[in-house]
Design a protein around this ligand. Structure first.
Ligand SMILES: [Mn+2]
Length: 425
């Protein structure tokens, strides 16, 4: 069936249903897709319940025990299509993960971009499919946050681009090229720099940016951005890291926010286990919005505290890796990644070591540049940890390991040898 015809059939199902069950993922794209669907259903005066799932398999099964006229499943469902069809319920799937096959029953409408020649990793996310289904340009904010959350670029491609261009043309959104700053306070340039964790500005983030902000007062955005990029180069950042910081930022209809701000709020909701607060905010609940702001500030302050300490202490360098010990296990990955990109030696990967009661946990991060030179942290973490009776794995650019207490030195020298061979150091 053509995409248009599928969407029309799905909307018709909604019209004929009174009680509707929505399920979506707990991540930024999932929250965004749910925000679109629930706003759409509310506009139609429909009764609905929505939940945001972390553990898809188990939770999805229990949701499908419920007695409802219609189920709308976002950002998942294509992989579970056999079970959904077997449930005998009426279902609309809005997904961008690779489908295992087309839908063959009358009760399940599978709207998946891949079945229409659209790539679900770069050209459309679940929020894109939900937005297409809702057909309401006033909900475009959440389509953009979903695509950003699933890292589909800021200039967008394919279906994402087509839909964003339409909204730009209708002047519902605006875009401009900007430095992408991940901070908790956008009230002024000074506060943005002080509260930024990525980029982490040496000597400024977590400290006072009064001097810098004064010097930049009244300057054009272009001048300000060039100054900030130059200071990142000066603190040792590589070009590939800096390239990733420049992109389009969109002014959105939702609460007049910019796209980076909405992405940051939804990311906090995912990371701090409060996805449903993000959804409530998207449905207009002011107190949820305020709660998210508060939790985000706490979280960023904690991160900035740790990063400032790391800026001062630095990392211990071996021949092909650098490492530091960190007590705050929940922050290890973040510290490791930000330290790698903004604070430490760009010639070698970074490891964060955290001692827990039974084990020592290791996070490791590299850069695209290092991966281009042969870095494969997944392999290095696996091999080095297995040598000392632990285990590990992950991706070439980011991986982790767990080793027995007391084996840290042996692990580090194993990892250093493996990484030296990978990088030819
Ligand atoms: Mn997704």
């Amino acid at each position: 069936m053509e995409l248009d015809a599928q969407v029309a059939a799905a909307r018709d199902l909604v019209e004929r249903s009174d009680s509707i069950r929505v399920v979506s993922h707990h991540d930024v794209d999932g929250i965004s897709a749910a925000a679109i669907i629930t706003n759409f259903l509310r506009g139609k005066g429909k009764r609905f319940i929505c939940s945001l799932l972390k553990n898809v398999n188990g939770e999805l099964r229990s949701v499908f025990q419920e007695d409802r006229d219609l189920f709308i499943v976002c950002d998942m469902g294509s992989a579970e299509i056999e079970a959904l069809e077997a449930s005998g319920k009426r279902v609309i799937i809005l997904d961008h993960h690779r489908p295992i096959r087309e839908s063959q029953s009358d009760s399940v409408i599978q709207i998946n971009c891949h079945l229409h020649g659209i790539d679900g990793s770069s050209e459309a996310c679940a929020a894109t499919m939900a937005y297409l289904f809702a057909g309401d340009v006033s909900l475009v904010s959440f389509m953009i946050s979903g695509a950003l959350g699933d890292r589909q670029g800021t200039d967008f491609r394919g279906l994402n681009k087509k839909l964003v261009d339409e909204a730009l043309e209708k002047k519902v959104i605006e875009k401009r090229m900007s430095l992408v700053i991940d901070c908790y306070d956008r009230s002024s340039l000074q506060r943005m720099l002080e509260s930024s964790i990525a980029p982490f500005f040496r000597g400024i983030s977590g400290r006072s940016a009064e001097g810098v902000a004064k010097a930049l007062e009244g300057k054009s955005e272009k001048t300000i951005n060039s100054f900030l990029l130059a200071s990142l180069i000066e603190q040792g950042c590589r070009e590939d890291v800096i390239d990733d910081l420049v992109g389009y930022v969109y002014r959105l209809p939702f609460m007049g926010m910019n796209s980076q701000e909405l992405l940051s709020l939804f990311s906090v909701c995912d990371g701090l286990d409060m996805a449903e607060k993000g959804l409530a905010m998207a449905l207009g609940d002011r107190s949820s919005y305020e709660e998210i702001l508060e939790r985000r500030e706490q979280y960023y302050r904690r991160a900035i505290g740790g990063l400032t300490a790391l800026e001062l202490s630095g990392a211990v360098k071996m021949s092909a890796l650098q490492y530091f010990y960190n007590e705050d296990l929940g922050m290890s990955g973040l510290y490791c990644g930000i330290g790698m990109r903004y604070l430490f030696d760009q010639k070698m990967p970074t490891l964060a070591m955290t001692k827990t009661r039974d084990h020592t946990k290791i996070s490791s991060r590299g850069t695209k540049h290092l991966v281009g030179r042969g870095l494969n942290l997944a392999l290095a973490m696996k091999e080095a940890s297995e040598k000392v009776g632990g285990s590990g794995g992950g991706h070439d650019i980011a991986a982790g390991a767990t080793i027995p207490n007391g084996r840290e030195e042996d692990f580090l020298s194993e990892a250093d040898g493996i990484l030296a061979r990978q990088l030819g150091l």
